[in-house]
Design a protein. Structure first.
Length: 282
C-alpha cells in the first residue's frame, strides 16, 4: 500500500499537536487575588521547571520583559503585578504588607496551576519571595534574589517624616532617593523606573515600604533550605543589601549596573539566571 501522499500531512499534524501540548501561549490577563484582580503575563513552553518573577515596590511586570522573552524559549515563565501596582487592583482592605503580597503570589500560582516553580524577586520583591518560600518550601524549586534588600532598620520618627514627605511630593522625593541607585543606568531606564513609581498610588507604595520594617528578611531567607542565589549590582552595594547582610548567601555580581540590573544588562542577568536553572534546578 502506498502511503506517500498521506504521510507528510500526518507527520505535520502530529508535530503540530505535540507543539501545542508542550506550549503555553502568552496570555496577558487577570486572575482573582485575595483583595482584587491581579494582572498576569503567562507564557512559554517546555517541560522544565517554570519560573515566576516578582517585581519591586512601585514597579510592574513589564520590568521583566527581557527575562520573560528569554526564559520562554525553553520553559514557562510568569510575571504579575503586585496589588495596587501596574494594572492590578488596589487592595480592598488596604493591606500592602509583605505577607499580603506573598498571598498574591500564592493566588497567582494556584490560578495558573504552578505546582512547583523557581521564584525570582527584585528589590522589595526579594522580601516577598523570601516570605513565600518560607511558607511554601515544598512548592519552590529555587529562589533568586535580584539586588534584594535585607532587614530595614529605621526609627518610627524617621519613618513618619519620610512618609509625610512622600505624601507631599512623591515624585520629587523618589527622584532624589533613587538618584544614587540609578546613577549607573541609562536615561531610558531611569525614565522607566521613575515613571512607574509616578504611576503607582501613594498608599500601595508607602504600604509596601512600611511593611519592610515588620519582617526579618534574613530569617525568611535562611528558613528556605533549597537552592538560592543573589544577583547583585556591584557598584551600588551597601549595608542594606541582602547579600552584604548575609555573606553566606551565594552571590553573582554584575558590574556597571544600577539597582534595576535586569533592565541595565538583561543579557548578563539572563546568563546568570540560566546558569542557576541548569546547575541547580533542571
Amino acid at each position: 500500500m502506498n502511503f506517500g501522499r498521506c504521510r507528510g500531512p500526518r507527520i505535520w499534524a502530529f508535530a503540530f499537536f505535540l507543539a501545542l501540548s508542550c506550549a503555553h501561549v502568552t496570555t496577558p490577563g487577570f486572575v482573582e487575588g485575595p483583595q482584587g484582580r491581579l494582572h498576569v503575563d503567562d507564557g512559554g513552553r517546555g517541560a522544565a521547571t517554570p519560573v515566576l518573577f516578582v517585581h519591586g515596590n512601585g514597579a510592574s511586570l513589564t520590568q521583566w520583559r527581557a527575562q520573560l522573552e528569554h526564559v520562554r524559549q525553553s520553559r514557562r515563565a510568569v510575571a504579575f503585578d503586585l496589588r495596587g501596582m501596574g494594572q492590578s487592583d488596589p487592595a480592598r482592605n488596604g493591606d500592602y504588607s509583605v505577607a499580603a503580597m506573598a498571598d498574591d503570589v500564592d493566588a497567582v500560582a494556584n490560578a495558573l496551576g504552578l505546582k512547583r516553580f523557581v521564584i525570582v524577586g527584585h528589590s522589595y520583591g526579594g522580601a516577598v519571595v523570601a516570605m513565600y518560600a518560607a511558607r511554601h518550601p515544598e512548592r519552590i524549586a529555587g529562589v533568586v534574589y535580584a539586588d534584594a534588600g535585607g532587614n530595614l532598620k529605621i526609627t518610627d520618627e524617621v519613618a513618619a517624616r519620610f512618609s509625610a514627605a512622600i505624601r507631599k511630593d512623591k515624585d520629587a522625593v523618589v527622584k532624589q532617593w533613587f538618584a544614587p541607585i540609578l546613577k549607573p543606568s541609562s536615561e531610558a531606564v531611569r525614565d522607566e523606573v521613575l515613571t512607574s513609581v509616578h504611576n503607582t498610588a501613594v498608599d500601595p507604595f508607602l504600604g509596601a515600604l512600611s511593611g519592610m520594617r515588620n519582617v526579618d528578611v534574613q530569617q525568611l531567607v535562611a528558613s528556605y533550605r533549597g537552592p538560592k542565589l543573589a544577583i547583585a549590582a556591584v557598584d551600588i552595594e551597601n549595608p542594606g543589601s541582602l547579600h552584604v547582610q548575609m555573606p553566606d548567601l551565594p552571590v553573582k555580581k554584575i558590574n556597571g549596573v544600577g539597582h534595576w540590573l535586569m533592565l541595565d544588562e538583561p543579557t548578563e542577568f539572563n546568563t546568570l539566571l540560566d546558569d542557576f536553572l541548569v546547575e541547580c534546578i533542571g
